[in-house]
Design a protein around this ligand. Structure first.
Ligand code: 4AD
Ligand code: MG
Length: 473
């Protein structure tokens, strides 16, 4: 059995075998064992008088053990059942002089340095079980709603976002690459016969499939070589990108809101114990802070988001709000909002969500000049049908749009943005043959996991974070 099954069934009187890792060993008697199947430990009670001293010495924090014994109602508080150990076997020792995890509070920074061992902690066990539940709920949501998952390529020759923040994929010798006559690197000689990179988004390929299967989504790794060392950015992250034929921007917003509420609700129903553990952790962390500096209790926050409508606010309205806001007037923003057309920084997004509206906000109809080339131009000729969803404590969690479906407009946009048309010939062709209104968005999976777990640093919700100057493990 694993501990999850054990706790669910409480097979009092049965003899069972459990394998897991020792969290603590108290009074030469009580071994707390965790096997990662759930947050709870099994309390295994050894009879130290009848157990070899040399064996007892090896029951240390981190050791892997196999225990066999009878399940009884617990004599102490804290757990309903416990095991009277008849046989204990050490499967793998963990020398206490060397094992870095001890039964005390370690900082998240320290745990990041030992990311190979942090899955053995209570906090990371909870975070990664919730991460799993969120990805499962995502697939369930889209499957139940008639979407097909499409595996878009990871190596691509195009820059979907046009931001140029890409990792090159090459087999050329960096010390002496083949050169063209004019002295430039000759990419024709490279593995794929052209310049290639790791994908920054599966959207463009996703669109091709939406214009055939109608409702699709991608869920894959995404790579961005942006030098943003923040608690919200990773160089390698996972993105969920639905794309739907015949959906306009309104439908797109509705889908995204529904999608987010569904997966959050799913964790509330299926991850109660782990969420409670993280909620307690957060409350404990913030104990010292004055009341007004504390964040909303985790479960309350999730219930609130799952059960309330998101605010919808146009970019133009948002600029008015920001321009007249206290931090703007008192010059508290790092980037002051002076005129229409300004790009919104995270300080502005957070002001809108956390201070002004106090709930998730969908901003839409942004200036064309600050958004990607593929977004549908509005009739005003200066805004595009873009939408970003902003979450408290996170900022942007979703970015999406209705797509430009008109061949001529898209073609001139590609020119305007200085993108080589040949690199997107296939994308343009879909606008020539059977084009239609369609929309989609990208949901940053780690930002979602951060939000749901209340973990403030995105590095703590992905198994092995890749960030500037760091790709260990
Ligand atoms: O807003 P973005 O750049 O949109 C796109 O890539 C579109 N092609 C999506 C689409 O319409 N299909 O990225 C989408 C989301 C962001 O809102 C954010 O949640 C996440 O991806 N994201 C990141 N997450 C972690 N680290 C980074 N460096 C991220 N960059 C974007
Ligand atoms: Mg964005």
């Amino acid at each position: 059995m694993n501990i999850k099954e054990l706790v669910a069934n409480e097979p009092i009187g049965s003899r069972v075998i459990i394998q897991g890792w020792v969290r603590t060993f108290r009074s030469n008697r009580f071994v707390a064992i965790n096997d990662g199947s759930c947050a709870q430990n099994l309390q295994a009670v050894v009879n130290f008088e009848e157990t070899d001293e040399s064996l007892l010495k090896r029951i240390t924090t981190g050791a892997c053990v196999k225990v066999e014994g009878e399940i009884i109602e617990s004599q102490g508080g804290g757990q309903r059942i416990e095991m009277v150990v008849q046989n204990i076997e050490i499967l793998g020792d963990a020398n206490p002089e060397e094992f870095p995890l001890q039964p005390k509070k370690h900082s998240l920074e320290f745990l990041r340095e030992i990311a190979h061992l942090r899955p053995r902690t209570q906090t990371f066990g909870a975070v990664f079980r919730i991460r799993h539940a969120l990805q499962f709920a995502t697939h369930k949501y889209f499957n139940d709603n008639g979407f097909f998952q499409v595996h878009t390529p990871i190596v691509t020759g195009s820059d979907a976002e046009g931001a140029g923040e890409m990792f090159r994929v090459s087999t050329l010798d960096p010390a002496s690459p083949p050169k063209t006559e004019s002295g430039e690197v000759d990419w024709k000689e490279d593995f794929f016969g052209k310049e290639t990179n790791l994908t920054v988004s599966g959207q463009l390929e996703g669109e091709l499939f939406a214009l055939g299967l109608s409702k699709i989504y991608t869920f894959g790794p995404t790579f961005r070589a942006e030098n943003s060392n923040t608690t919200r950015h990773l160089a390698e992250f996972w993105m969920i990108e639905p794309e739907v034929a015949f959906n306009d921007l309104q439908d797109n917003m509705q889908l995204a809101e529904d999608n987010l509420k569904y997966v959050i609700q799913y964790t509330l129903e299926h991850c109660r114990e782990d969420l409670q553990l993280l909620a307690d952790r957060q409350a404990n962390e913030e104990k010292q802070l004055p009341q007004d500096k504390r964040t909303i209790p985790l479960l309350e926050k999730l219930e609130f988001v799952a059960n309330n409508d998101f605010v919808r606010c146009s970019y133009t309205e948002a600029i008015e709000i920001l321009r007249n806001s206290k931090p703007n007037k008192k010059k508290k923003f790092k980037y002051l909002i002076e005129e229409w057309g300004a790009d919104l920084q995270s300080e502005h997004e957070r002001f809108l969500v956390e201070k002004h509206f106090g709930k998730p906000v969908i901003l839409y109809d942004y200036p064309a000049s600050i958004k990607a080339f593929y977004m549908r131009l509005n009739e005003d000729g200066k805004t595009v049908r873009a939408m970003d969803i902003l979450f408290p404590g996170i900022g942007e969690i979703v970015g999406g749009s209705q797509r430009e479906e008109r061949y001529d407009v898209l073609k001139s946009k590609i020119e305007e943005f200085g993108i080589e048309e040949e690199s997107l010939w296939w994308y343009l062709e879909t606008r020539k043959f059977g084009t239609c209104v369609h929309s989609g968005y990208g949901l940053g999976f780690e930002r979602l996991v951060s939000f749901v777990t209340g973990m403030n640093n995105i590095r703590d919700v992905i198994p092995f974070p890749r960030t500037p100057k760091s790709a260990d493990f």
